[in-house]
Design a protein around this ligand. Structure first.
Ligand code: 13P
Ligand code: SF4
Length: 316
């Protein structure tokens, strides 16, 4: 099929299914991906579930519909597989807020500290890390360490602040943030709550402390989804990237989900523009041409694999 011809999603679905069979490929998607991608994915999950699933799959090709660091994590865990990300320009402002050389200096300035990094980092930063965590397991892993262990945590200051607050730790934090989660407006969310008093507030820990404090539940995307599925409220204000609403509405069709607004009414600030770079058409082309492929140099991959595997062991 000529890529310029096909605007028919049905035809694209068929072609993707055929290529997947022929090439023994697996399509994985983060909850923040466009609905059209979540619809065709073999596996949808949060960062933790994607890393776990990548480590388990026997597919020859993984098409990681997410952002670059998710493709890198899959490649580090599966060096013999081909890992494709439909658009490698899909970066992450949080990962970008942690320059590897500056992080190296931060680590060197704290020689007696355990280095814990959020999965939203480059492979080079992971290679400088003792344990990688995601928002789905960070609290549990950190609380499993001795109470007096000195820890540096990067790059998300809001997630780090959340863990310090709920676990009574005093981790030294890197000053990074995600441009989507850091911008949600407390004022607008309070207005929404006044208009929808029956709605519970679900907040991702990458959001700032005032939002965490008004939340009925703070958690990773998968934890928020799980809460909505098992809780009894009829409505929820969802304070994270709005892509998660697709799966929430699918899992709980009888409930109302309201996407929280960010601080700027002019933009779709509750959407991650990096995540939305991937399209169905790009998934098709990636599968067809087996590019763009994620490559991580073996020395970096070797060093980065250990803290990711440690995370997987600690979150069994
Ligand atoms: P989780 O998938 O761990 O909820 O993280 C959200 C995120 O921002 C991913 O980039
Ligand atoms: Fe990165 Fe934020 Fe986008 Fe997640 S939502 S991929 S943390 S920029």
């Amino acid at each position: 099929m000529n890529p310029s011809e096909h605007h028919d999603p049905g035809q694209l679905h068929e072609e993707i299914a055929r290529l997947k069979r022929e090439k023994n490929a697996l399509i994985m998607a983060h909850y923040y991906q466009r609905d059209e991608i979540q619809e065709i994915a073999d596996f949808i999950g949060d960062s933790l579930a994607l890393a776990r699933q990548a480590a388990l799959t026997d597919a020859d090709i993984i098409v990681m519909c997410g952002v670059h660091f998710m493709g890198e994590t899959a490649k580090i865990l599966c060096p013999d597989k081909k890992v494709l990300v439909p658009d490698t320009a899909a970066g992450c402002s949080l990962a970008d807020s942690c320059d590897p050389e500056e992080f190296r200096a931060f680590v060197e300035a704290h020689p007696d500290h355990t280095v814990i990094s959020y999965v939203n980092t480059s492979a080079t930063v992971k290679a400088l890390t003792d344990i990688v965590v995601t928002s789905g397991n960070a609290r549990r892993i950190i609380e499993s360490l001795p109470a007096d262990e000195k820890i540096i945590f990067g790059p998300d200051r809001n997630l780090g602040d959340y863990i310090n607050r709920v676990s009574g730790r005093n981790m030294t934090l890197w000053n990074g943030a995600c441009h989507v989660h850091d911008r949600f407006s407390l004022e607008k969310i309070m207005e929404l709550k006044r208009a929808n008093p029956e709605a519970k507030i679900l907040v991702h820990p990458e959001c700032r402390r005032p939002l965490q404090l008004i939340a009925d539940k703070v958690g990773s995307t998968a934890a928020l989804l799980d809460f909505a599925r098992t809780d009894e409220a009829p409505a929820y204000i969802v304070v994270t990237e709005s892509g998660i609403l697709f799966e929430m509405r699918k899992k709980c069709p009888e409930k109302k989900f309201i996407a929280a607004p960010a601080d700027d009414a002019e933009c779709q600030c509750n959407e991650c523009d990096y995540m939305k770079l991937n399209t169905l058409e790009k998934v098709y082309r990636a599968l067809r041409d087996e590019t763009p492929e994620i490559i991580v140099d073996e020395e970096t991959a070797e060093k980065a694999r250990r803290p990711i595997e440690r995370m997987l062991e600690l979150s069994l």
